[in-house]
Design a protein around this ligand. Sequence first.
Ligand code: HEM
Length: 509
Amino acid sequence: MENPSLPFLLTLSLVIITFTHKLLRRLITRKPKKNHPPSPPSLPVIGHLHHLKKPIHQTLLALSRVYGPVLSLRLGARPALIVSSASVAEECFTQNDIVLANRPPSLVNKHLGYNCTTIMAAPYGDHWRNLRRIGAVEMFSSNGLNVSLSIRKDEVKRLLRKLLLCQSGDGSGFVRVEPRAALTELTFSVIMRIMAGKRYYGEDVSDVKEAAKFRDMIREILRHSGRSYAGDYLPPLRWIDYDGYMKTMSKLGKTMDEFLHGLIDDHRKKKKSEEEEEKSMIDYLLVKQASQPEYYTDEIIKGFLLHIQLIAGTDASSITIEWALANLLNHPNILEKAKLEIDTHCQDHLVDESDLSKLPYIQNIISETLRLHTPAPLLIPHYSSDECIVGGYDVPRGTIVLINAWAIHRDPEQWPDPMAFKPERFESGDGQINRLMLPFGMGRRACPGAPLAHKIVGLTLASLIQCLEWKRTGEEEVDMGEGEGLTMPKEKPLEALCRAREISKRVLP
Ligand code: HEM
């Protein structure tokens, strides 16, 4: 055989050198393989969207039982991380709190959240911090809560009177009531009076037509805010607007904007001519606007009113009271114990907010209700602004993070006998008190309204127990099925029998 020629040998050595060089470079610079969380099999284009059957928190718990407490999904074009473990949730809100303190952009927040500039929708940053500060100082501080105390007291009395008015004849017989509408009226009226100094529910509203329009609008907003829209995950769907969602949202956004605009204008006009009795958030924000008009634009004020007050502030509180009442009807012994606690501490006066700290059993009933019937089962979606590590897994930037608080609150490893309604588990000394409770979330993005919510729920529930006798409509237990909405209501509105207690005649003027 002939010896290979020199050019051939040179070419071969060049090829070998180039290949070895490339290989070495790749080995040296190769990024370590990412450690992604487990994930169920997915379909092309839609990813795991087909898995998301309602109620989503239950479906996600079922998936995490198969794939583990930290799992990843692909929702159309968007990556998502689902967390159903207390320790990993805690890690999200401690080590990763800043990187996860964002909200995923969504069409509902574009149309009903002033292009994601409201407190609930804004990304983590100076603007969001400023909105939180206004809320913390003006509404949820001890001073802010004291200013609105008379509103809460008045609204609770109105609720009691309404229920007592339904009583038959001498009030000795039980009457059937469905308290949901009255509880919604209470929470909306508290919030609207804090916000605008005005009631939109009840017989004594100043403008019946405007009030009806407001209620319709709110119903629609709550219905759409709670809906997840496929176009958020599959962008091409937005171009064709196959179900008219974009059109509906844009129309609703306009109606709501007009309403809020009118509200602000009314306050502007009134302020020039007369001194108002109840100082409202709008007054406060208009004062701010006068000194910093470039920041406190009408848009920012409207967004603040809408999200902090109307959307975030109302539903969850009334839903919690209804769930608590339903649980008490199913556990008459717990109801008796609660009544005894209130009667012992408030013998000659209607329960007041200052009594709440002396009513630990009532507080435990509320905690147990929030544990078992978490009003926001998946909190509000968080969003990663950068790569991070959660539960040992790599999470890419731009991932939607859903914390399944509902599942965490029912984890048998954390809560013995998790499905049972046992307020006693919150008694100090029981040990369970230290378990992670997330009904209001945790970390920077946690609910700023929790102090107000505790007061509304505590005062209302305690007053209902003090002034009325409650029992079920029959032998059968109250159905505890979960419904759908922006927050998680009871599927069937609670029906109950109630009658005035003797004490109501003494304490309710
Ligand atoms: C029982 C009643 C309530 C419950 C269970 C509740 C629960 C929650 C939860 C779970 C979040 C999301 C936390 C997260 O993203 O991790 C939240 C956010 C929020 N809540 Fe509440 N909430 C209640 C009442 C209220 C009230 C009365 C107000 C105000 C009047 C309010 C205002 C807000 C606001 C503005 C946010 C958004 C915070 C942000 O994104 O920075 N909430 N709430």
